[in-house]
Structures are given as C-alpha cells and as structure tokens.
Design a protein around this ligand. Sequence first.
Ligand code: AP5
Ligand code: MG
Length: 221
Amino acid sequence: MKLVILLGAPGAGKGTQAPVLSDHLGVPFLGSGDLLRAAVAARTPLGTAADRYMSRGQLVPDATIVDIFLERLAADDARNGAVLDGFPRTRGQAEALDRALAERGKRVDLALYIDVPVDDLVARMASRRICAAKGHVYNIASNPPRMTGICDIDGSPLVQRTDDLEETVRARMSQQIPPLEDVMEHYRATGALRTVDGRRSIDEVSAALIAALEVGAAEAS
Ligand code: AP5
Ligand code: MG
C-alpha cells in the first residue's frame, strides 16, 4: 500500500500533478473537489449541500466529506494505495483519515506540500480551464490544450470553474489556507511532510515530487 497526499493552497497544482504521481506509483488518484463537482453536476443531495459552500469559497463541513471520501478510498481499485488530492483539508479530516487507515494497519506514507505564493495562484486560476467530462486540467497561459477549447485526452469541451472568479478565489485563499496550515502541522508531527517548490514549470515540479517519493521510499525501506 502506498498512500500519498498532495497538499497545497487552491491552484497550487495538486490536480495537475496527481495523475503524474498516480502513473508513477501505479495507484489511482482521488480528488475531493472532482468528487464534489460530480455530485453538484448530478444534483445529488450531497452535491446540493456542498454547492452552497463551494460557490462561496468555503470548505464543506467535515461531516459532508469525510464518510464519502473514506468510502471511496476503501473501494477495490485503491487496495494498493492512492494519491489523494484535496483531502484531508482540516485537522479533523486528517485525524479521521488516520483512524480509518489504522483500522486497516495502514498509515499516510507521505504528505507532499506544493508551495506557491498566493499572488501567483490568483493569476493561475484566472487562466485555468478544465474539461467538462473528467476535470482534466489546463491553463490557457502555461499549459494550453493542443486544440483551443478541447480536451487533449477525451475531446470534451473546456470550461471555466465557477469558483475561479477572482472574488471567490480570494475567499478560497482566506478561508482555506489557515486549515491547510493545521494539516501541514499534523503531518510535520507525524514525520510525513515534504515540501516542494511549486513556482517552477509543471515538468520541474513533477520531477521534484517524484524525487521526494523516491527519497520517501528509500527512507521507509
Ligand atoms: P478543489 O477542487 O480541491 O480545489 P482547490 O483545493 O481550491 O484546488 P484547485 O483544484 O483550485 O487547485 P489545484 O491545486 O488542483 O491546482 P491545478 O492543478 O488545477 O476543491 C474545490 C472546492 O471543494 C473547495 O473550495 C471546497 O469548497 C470543496 N472541498 C474540496 N475538498 C474538500 C475537503 N476535503 N473538505 C472540505 N471542502 C472541500 O492548477 C491550477 C492552474 O495552474 C491550472 O490552470 C494549471 O494548468 C496551472 N498550473 C499547475 N501547475 C503549474 C505550474 N507549475 N506552473 C504554471 N501553471 C501551473
Ligand atoms: Mg484541483
């Protein structure tokens, strides 16, 4: 089992890097935001409840996300591990994850923090586009698709996230960075935290994250 968590402020590059690490490790990536956006689009009770918070840039309550995310993590495709993007986001979520893993004799192997200054993040999110089908991530400035407005991977149209308006982005930063710091503190205390400079190019950040994984694997053996 290899369980790796990607930590970072909104827009730091978690969703961009999660598939790279997932390919490298041969385990799935599970994104809490993707899961919530799918629930919003399907208008499930969870989606309706979550949308009220997401559209204001707030975290959804722990009770709304913990059970559904842990249930997803317990699915068969994640039996050998997973890369988690966007969960845990609060100390309470981190503790709930630790308890669920401990019941299975497991633990979080690595928590990789992608460090980017807030001003860079606001600019990045204004030019982000995601595909309507699966949420594959692009950026019209730094990571454009081959054909304008079309996902390279599944051909679906690219759209802007509704929470990427500047006002909502600023609310996300102010509401979500303090609990992120609590989560970092939690993993610093367990010894799982590693920090990677996220200001470099996407490929350079991927290489740094993979290097951190390899060091983590060497330390564990
Ligand atoms: P979520 O979807 O997880 O949003 P987030 O954490 O705000 O993170 P983002 O997806 O905005 O950024 P990212 O780090 O994935 O960056 P990306 O790779 O896209 O959550 C959405 C909402 O759901 C939350 O606000 C909250 O309401 C709720 N929620 C989710 N999980 C929750 C939880 N556990 N508890 C409670 N509520 C929860 O990159 C950003 C852009 O930059 C892209 O355009 C990309 O192409 C570009 N880019 C990436 N890397 C680089 C680089 N190195 N250089 C230049 N550009 C780059
Ligand atoms: Mg994301």
